[in-house]
Design a protein around this ligand. Structure first.
Ligand SMILES: C[S@@+](CC[C@H](N)C(=O)[O-])C[C@H]1O[C@@H](n2cnc3c(N)ncnc32)[C@H](O)[C@@H]1O
Length: 317
């Protein structure tokens, strides 16, 4: 009999990641190479320094909550989907459990889930994959809405600690594991009590062992090098699912500081992909803040954020 495989689970997984947070990673673009040096993340998910990972507003007073709700209300018409209210309800629950304000960032993720629910039936027990989540919000939404589907969360090491620690807050008692290779992925999938599986970006190949029914990437491919994007597409077309749906929301054009040009339409889409939704992403294009007139539109060619939901053409197995 070979050695028994011991999975890293719960706090052990977070401590393993925290001890490796500053190791070099191939999946880091020049942008993340710079940003990840600016902050530290401890195994409990606490951050020190300046994190470029979106907005975790801790101001949860009644006044702040009301102000956000008032500013968010006009955005509801941007997501005219039947399940919008339910997705917002789940998003507010997550923010409450994470002891944070329900901000524009949270609302965007809720609208995304509402759009996906309009097009897809998430009834099967395939896995959901979130590539580059932020504070685990999208993964938590998926776990609350479709608890029969596991969430696989892939990210660079430091942000992955945050994703996993915040998912644990949003879903108290959830059992989760960190996997590094295909063998560990199979072991995690064989254990029905494990509902969330974390994967470091450089270990993305381990995800091939899972059946990914739905993958989501929101404003993070626009910060990855083209070979990394290509690897993720290959993974999505080659995983164990019969069909993988991919929701991708990113800038149409972006230039990284080393001059690399990224274009949404140059991602490795194929003519055989079946596109269900393909427009400017209205809730990413608008944002609000304290400056009158409070609601602002991102004008300009370099600021267009596009979203596409597609059933990907799968590679033959
Ligand atoms: C701007 S944040 C977006 C967060 C969130 N999805 C949102 O909509 O606000 C980009 C995310 O992509 C992640 N990321 C960067 N490179 C990655 C890679 N190679 N694989 C997976 N995630 C990556 C970052 O760590 C970060 O969590």
């Amino acid at each position: 009999m070979g050695p028994v495989l011991t999975l890293l689970t719960g706090q052990n997984a977070l401590e393993f990641l925290a001890a490796r947070a500053d190791e070099a990673e191939q999946g880091r673009s020049v942008y993340w190479q710079e940003e990840l040096g600016n902050f530290l993340v401890a195994a409990d998910g606490s951050v020190s320094g300046r994190a470029a990972l979106g907005n975790v507003a801790a101001k949860v007073s009644a006044f702040n909550t009301l102000a956000h709700a008032v500013l968010q209300f006009p955005f509801h018409r941007l997501a005219p989907y039947p399940d919008r209210a339910d997705c917002l309800r789940l998003g507010r629950l997550i923010a409450k459990r994470q002891n944070r304000q329900f901000t524009n960032d949270n609302q965007r993720q809720c609208f995304t889930l509402a759009l996906i629910r309009k097009y897809l039936d998430l009834g099967s027990d395939d896995c959901n994959l979130v590539i580059g989540d932020g504070y685990g919000v999208m993964s938590s939404l998926l776990l609350l809405y479709a608890p029969h589907r596991r969430a696989i969360v892939v990210n660079l090491t430091k942000p992955l600690i945050l994703d996993m620690a915040y998912i644990r807050q949003a879903l108290p008692g959830i059992r989760f594991a960190l996997v590094s290779n295909g063998e560990e992925m199979c072991a995690a999938l064989a254990d029905d009590s494990i509902r969330m599986i974390g994967v470091r970006a450089d270990d993305f190949e381990s995800i091939c062992e899972a059946a990914i029914g739905l993958a989501i990437n929101v404003v993070s491919m626009q910060e990855m090098e083209p070979p990394v994007i290509k690897n993720y597409f290959n993974l999505l077309r080659g995983n164990k699912a019969q069909q993988t749906a991919f929701y991708c929301c990113n800038k149409l054009h972006k230039k990284l500081s080393d001059g690399t040009k990224l274009r949404f339409n140059d991602y490795p889409w194929r003519d055989g992909d079946s596109v269900l939704h393909n427009t400017i992403c209205p809730w990413s294009q608008w944002y609000y803040d304290k400056t009158p007139p409070f609601w602002h539109y991102r004008h300009g060619d370099g600021r267009v954020i596009w979203h596409r939901l597609a059933l990907l053409e799968m590679d033959s197995k």
